[in-house]
Each structure stands twice: as C-alpha cells, then as structure tokens.
Design a protein. Structure first.
Length: 633
C-alpha cells in the first residue's frame, strides 16, 4: 500500500528519490519522507505528513549532496498520518528530535508486522525508545539490536556480502518477523551500501552503470535503468553502486535473473491529460488491442495462450472454474462468469478473495482457480490463491504486472499487457480483464462444444471491439454536460441486467471511489425488491439499456423509476427513440453483441464518474482513504 524508493550511485540521491516517490505517490499519499547520508556518514532524515509537496519543500532546504538515499510514501495502517509516523524510521538509541540525528540506520517498510507488539516489548526492555505508533519502527530497532550482536560476535567485512555484519543483522532481524515486508535499510557510515529484503511485498532493483535503483514497482526506474531484477520472497539484496548480490535469507547466495525493463518515462507520465485516470480511460482502445494481440487464431477459430502451463488435454478435464478477486477485479470476474458459462457451458463460481481465504468450500477434483488482479500483489487474492494451491488444485493468474507475487506463485497465467495503471480507480485494467475472460470463454468453448463457425464469429466481434470503444469515447463532451447536471446528487442507483449487471456494480464503485457520492449497483429487476424505496426526484438512476436480449425487460424497470419521478440517465444504443422519450438524459454507445457490452458500456460510466469527481473538486488520481495496491488485509 506504500511506495519505496532507494538509490546508490554517483548522482544526487535526494533528487532521484523524490522523483521516484512522485511516481509512486499513487501507492500511498498520507505522508512521505527520505533519508540520506551527510558528508560525515550521519543519517539526515526529512519527513512530513500530507502530500509529497510538503516533503519537497523540506528537501529544497540544504539536504546533503549525498549519492545514497532511501524514501517512502505512506498509506497508514498502524498509527495516524503524522510526521512522527512517517517513514523512514531510525534504529538506535538517539533522541530522534533534530533534523540531523546520530543513529545507526534508517529503514523504509511496506507491509504489516503481525508480531510487532511482542518484539516491541522485548526491545523496550533492551533500552530502545519508540517514537512512533507504527509497527515498522520495530524493524529499525530490531536490525540495530542484531547489528550490535553481529559486531560483538566478530562478524567482519569480507568479500562475501552475506558475512558482513550489516547483512547478517538484516537476515537475523527478518527471520524474527511474522507478517509481510518490503524492506530497505540505509546504514550510518556506509555510503556505498543498501540492503533490501522482501516477503510478500514487492521490491525491484534497477541495474545501471555504476548505480542501482530500488523501488516497490518499476515505475520509478523508467528513464533511469533499462535492466531490472525482481526480488522473490525470502530474498535479500546487497546493493552497492557497482554490484548486486542476491541472497536467500536462510540458504545463502542465489543466482538472479536480469531482465530488460520494458517501460519508458512516457509510460508513467500524463501525456498531456489532466489526470492519469483520464489518460488511462482514453488508452483503452490500445490496451484492448494489446490484450488480444497474438492471442487470436483464425486458423483454429480459437484463442491462444502461451503461459497457462496446462495442456489442452488437462484443460478438457476441468469441470468447474472458480474466479476470485477484489473490488474491480471481482466485477470483471462476474462478467467472466456470464461469458464462460454461456460459451463454454462450464460451471463458474465467483468468490470474493477476502472471503475465500477464510472459507473452507468443497472444491472438487477438476476445479481450476483464476486469481484476477491488476497489481499482482493484492493480499487477499494472494492468500486465496495460496489456500487453493495448498489443497492441490491448479491455480492461474490474470494479472497486469510482470514479476508480481501472484504472477510468480500461480501455476501459470495471462498478462493483461495494459501498461502501468497509475490512477487509483481502475479503468483500463477492468476492460482488459474482461477481454482476457472473453478469450478464455472462446478457448474453453472451442475445447468443448463450440463450432468452428461460431468461433470465427466470436473472433470477428472481438476484432471490432477497439473501434467500438473509440466510438464510445466520443461521448466525452456530452457526458461532461450531464455530469454538470448531477454533480450535487447525494445518491445514485446503477441498474442493468445480464451482462450489464456487473457493469452497473463497477459504475457505482467508480463513482464512490473518486467522487465520494454514495452509489449502489443492482440487477434492474431487483430494484423493486428494496432499492426502489430510495427513488425520489433527487436520486438519479443510471440505466444500462442497449439493444439486446433483455432490452424490453429493462424498459419496464426504467418506467417503474419514472413513475416515481426519479431522474434517469440512460446508456443506450444510437437512435433509440423509445429510451429518449423516457430518460432525462441519454448517452449513446455503439451497438455491440451482448457479451461485449460490458466493455463498451464501462467507458461512459468511467467518464461520468471522472467528470463528476472533477466538478466536485475531488483528487481524482488519489482519492481519500484509498491506495492502488492493497497489500494489507
């Protein structure tokens, strides 16, 4: 939920760390801080509650010209967003009150330490004074305690990094932690050394010439490094300007793979748009193409996947699919349920990952789990995947981030190839997830009963999809006008049926996330079983009512709302005069087959939420209380 950046090399570290934190601010933005070494090797810490701009104002004032530093942007879990609770945290027994403090080390940490209370009690008995409410400060003092022991017992600097007292201290400290961590440690008097460790919270190392970058995802590395190393769980990285050694916490040195970083500075910039969210909404024609690229075979009238790691013969024996995810990914899973059951005739169950991890549902032989996640780090989804995998069932991931924990731990999977999604409210990842699930419906359908001709028809419809989304984006200006009209509403209803029901849920979620307006999504026919009590002249209902199999049924539901004076915004097919006569406002979207309507109709709902939020003065990319990657339970 937080962002980590580190640098060691030959350039001014403070500038690079702050730039990296700016790119990671979407991961957490209630406080930020950095630590560098001064000319005498002492740790200089600057940190501030609030947005990154507050830290930037502190950094402009006489920060040492150090070439090593660490930084952090926080989303609070333990302790309120205050200067004292901001990272970095210092290890040692100094006062910690001045801007330049004489401590042995500084740490930045992502994750949650579950046993921090017991560790804190023990460390207080050793004489350590805690100055924050966080669980993370325990790590700083614990590493300091282990460092003192390592120095006293004769650990010495050698050519083998695993033997140095600083690395020994980190390894011994993390062996005592229960929970999750992405950890980066800066030591006083060591201007050439950073030590990083990972368990359940991502860390990557960017490899340069005479310099290394460390971050909790790849975005701060773009434009600075063209090679990247993904750390795995239980690995410790020993990083100097010229060397990178990766050590397993328990078993010593491991060989690490250095991969190309396929990310440019332009990929993590706003590209002239007012917000990342708006940019990502408008990127969807291309991200949908990317999700399909190389995955459609007209020769076989099916989809092609390279990373499932299961043979067609094995997949033919699948008799049930479980789709799991959280938030927007759960809504995409609901779309997938409709798709796979209709076209492959396979039973599908959709589970909230946060519930599945604690349930003990009967899972029969022949069940296949797909974990759906943008970040690949969502704690609940990861736990659900591990639980199903522990029971011996095959697990696959639908994920957007290469090298993420879920991508690595699943037996196989499918990448979205949507590029970085920086806006906290997911947009392009949702439509890409729906596209991948449509491809899976085609794939399983062709494995089972779907004819060659039906497969070709399915492919032809998919190939038209980017153009349909481009057309849907042309309603942007009209949607802004409608947003002006309803910006002050306090409650919205979102209503749709069949394939459009999950999109109603997703539209309501988008509005809640970024505008802070209460909104509920329902199957349109369920509206009269309770939610219709909310309808009045001040409560708009957003109806998803394109031409299709249940069009006449949804018209009846719309008329029930109008009979009670409720204002209606309709997402409808072009030229639908019947809807125009009934609705107060109409947003036209191009006609699409029923099974692709969720992808096309998501576009106007995203734009409506965006424009209402902007008109209300909300911070669209960084909505309150939310962070992009939810790595805590």
């Amino acid at each position: 939920m937080c962002g980590i950046v580190g640098y060691v090399g030959f350039r001014r570290a403070a500038d690079l760390v702050v730039e990296g934190l700016r790119r990671l601010e979407y991961r957490g933005y209630d406080s930020a801080g950095l630590a560098v070494l001064d000319d005498e090797g002492r740790i200089d810490v600057r940190k501030a509650a609030g947005r990154l701009a507050r830290l930037e104002s502190l950094v402009r004032d006489q920060v040492p010209e150090a070439s090593i530093g660490i930084g952090h942007t926080r989303w609070a879990t333990h302790g309120a967003p205050t200067d004292g609770n901001a990272h970095p945290h210092l290890g040692g027994c100094g006062t910690g009150h001045s801007s330049v403090v004489h401590e042995s080390l500084a740490i930045v940490h992502n994750g949650v330490i579950e046993n921090y209370r017991g560790l804190k009690t023990r460390l207080e008995a050793e004489g350590y004074v805690f100055r924050s409410e966080t669980d993370s400060e325990v790590i700083a003092h614990l590493v300091d305690s282990c460092l003192k022991q390592a120095l006293e017992t004769g650990s010495r600097v050698t050519d083998e990094p695993a033997d140095s007292p600083w690395v020994v201290a980190v390894r011994e400290a993390i062996a005592q932690l229960r929970g999750t961590y992405g950890l980066l440690v800066l030591f006083a008097g060591r201007p050439d050394l950073l030590v990083a460790a990972r368990l359940g919270s991502p860390l990557v190392v960017g490899v340069g010439d005479g310099e290394h970058f460390i971050a909790s995802d790849a975005s701060p590395l773009a434009g600075h490094a063209d090679r990247i190393v993904y750390l795995a769980d239980h690995e410790v990285a020993v990083i100097t300007p010229d060397t990178l050694r990766v050590i397993h916490r328990d078993s010593g040195r491991v060989e690490h793979s250095v991969l190309p970083l396929e990310l440019s500075a332009a990929d993590v910039g706003m590209g002239g748009y007012s917000h990342f969210m708006l940019k990502e909404i408008h990127e969807q024609p291309e991200t949908i193409r990317a999700a399909m690229r190389g995955r459609l075979s007209r020769d076989d009238a099916t989809a092609v996947f390279g990373g499932l790691n299961l043979t067609p013969a094995q997949l033919q024996h699948v008799n049930r699919i479980v789709l799991t995810g959280c938030g927007t990914s759960w809504h995409a899973a609901l779309v997938g349920e409709y798709l796979i059951e209709e076209f492959a005739r396979l039973p599908v169950e959709v589970e909230y990952a946060s519930e599945l991890r604690y349930r003990n549902p009967p899972i029969d032989e022949g069940t296949l789990l797909f974990a759906i996640t943008q970040s690949g780090e969502t704690a609940d989804t990861l736990a659900a995947l591990r639980e199903v995998k522990r029971k011996g069932h095959p697990t696959l991931a639908i994920c957007n981030v290469v090298g993420s924990t879920i991508a690595n731990e699943a037996d196989g999977g499918i990448y979205l190839h949507a590029g970085p999604e920086i806006g906290v409210a997911s947009t392009k990842a949702f439509t890409s997830q729906c596209v991948v699930l449509a491809l899976l419906a085609l794939y399983f359908g062709r494995l089972r009963h779907m004819s060659y001709e039906k497969g070709l028809e399915f492919i032809a419809a998919l190939e038209r999809l980017p153009g349909l989304v481009t057309e849907a984006l042309e309603a942007d200006t009209a949607i802004r006008t409608i947003a002006e009209k309803y910006r002050n509403a306090s409650t919205f209803l979102y209503l749709g049926r069949q394939y459009n029901f999950p999109v109603a849920l997703e539209g309501a979620l988008k509005l809640k996330e970024i505008s802070y307006i209460h909104a509920e999504g329902y199957p349109a026919a369920e509206m009269k079983h309770g939610p219709i009590a909310l309808v009045d002249q001040l409560t708009p209902s957003v109806f998803l009512i394109p031409q299709g199999a249940v069009y006449d049924k949804v018209i009846l539901n719309l008329e029930e709302i109008k009979a009670r004076k409720g204002p209606v915004i309709a997402i409808a097919s072009p030229g639908d005069e019947r809807v125009r006569e009934l609705a107060d406002d109409v947003i036209e979207v191009p006609d699409a087959p029923d099974f692709l309507q969720p992808i096309v109709e998501a576009i106007p709902l995203q734009l409506l939420a965006y424009h209402i939020a902007v008109l209300r003065g909300c911070d669209v990319d960084k909505p309150r209380n939310l962070a992009k990657s939810v790595t805590v339970e």
